[in-house]
Every structure is written in structure tokens, then in C-alpha cells.
Design a protein around this ligand. Structure first.
Ligand code: DQA
Length: 144
């Protein structure tokens, strides 16, 4: 099992700033992750919340059960120490993903307070960032 966790505003993919995040919807993202997992012989649980506490709870659940995580923390990336502290408790690989490339955008997006406690970060490849992250996670977990 791999958790694919998405933070605030990501359910609005497709209508939200399509020039930045593309025309595909959140449902398309869920389908893409499920199809990728099937190809890789893995199972995914794809979730989205606008709520920091819910995201922290899911990270605790993953930590308690040694579940690897693909995480798009959305805007929480840039300021949530609560999320960072939850990720620090991880017991399996966690890949931070971004659809856009935050380094190429506004100054406040250049800093990630979670990057240092993630296994690694994949950003800037559109929804394909999730595909790359799922490959990275299955490579890591199957070879360990
Ligand atoms: C994002 C980038 C963040 O800066 C932004 O707040 C998001 C989405 C991305 O996937 O590109 O909500 O995480």
C-alpha cells in the first residue's frame, strides 16, 4: 500500500489556474495514480484534504503502519511546521511532489519546510510528477 496525499486546493485541479496546473481534473489524477500503481503491482490510496489536521492524521497513520507516501503538501509546503514534524516521524520513504516547479515561481514558493525530512522531491513535471514518485517509491521499497 502507498498513500498519495494531497493538500489544500488540489481537488480543484482542472479549474484552478489551468495555465499553471494543467487541464486535468483531480479525478484524472486519481485515475493516473491508480493506473500507475496497477502497472507497478502496487496498491494506492489517493486522498485530498484542505485541512492541515487531517493531513497530519494521515501521516501518523502512515508512520504507524510503515506505509510509503507520495505527498503534495500544496501551500503547506511553504509554512507548515506541523506537517514537517509529522513527516519526521515517517517509517518508510516519503516523496514530496509538486505539479508546478515552485523554484521557478513566486519567492514565497522557493522554500519548502518539508523537503529536508522527505526522502526526495519531484517537481515541475505536471501530473507526471506523481508517476515518477510512484516509480521511485516502488523501486526503493522493492529493493529494500
Ligand atoms: C503545488 C505548489 C505550491 O506552491 C502550491 O501552493 C500548490 C501546488 C504544486 O503542486 O505545484 O498548491 O504544491
Amino acid at each position: 500500500m502507498i498513500y498519495v496525499l494531497n493538500g489544500p486546493n488540489l481537488r480543484r485541479l482542472g479549474t484552478r489556474e489551468p495555465d499553471v496546473y494543467g487541464a486535468d481534473s483531480y479525478d484524472d489524477l486519481v485515475e493516473l495514480c491508480e493506473a500507475t500503481a496497477r502497472e507497478l503491482g502496487a496498491e494506492v490510496s489517493v486522498r485530498q484534504t484542505d485541512d492541515e489536521a487531517t493531513l497530519v492524521g494521515w501521516l501518523h497513520e502512515a508512520a504507524d503502519n510503515r506505509i510509503p507516501v507520495v505527498l503534495n503538501p500544496a501551500a503547506f509546503t511553504h509554512y507548515s511546521y506541523a506537517l514537517r514534524d509529522a513527516i519526521s516521524q515517517r517509517t518508510a520513504p516519503l516523496v514530496e511532489v509538486h505539479i508546478s516547479n515552485p523554484a521557478a515561481r513566486e519567492e514565497f514558493r522557493h522554500n519548502s519546510v518539508v523537503a529536508a525530512v522527505a526522502t526526495g522531491t519531484i517537481a515541475g513535471f505536471g501530473l507526471h510528477s506523481y508517476v515518477l514518485a510512484l516509480h521511485a517509491i516502488t523501486d526503493m521499497t522493492q529493493s529494500s
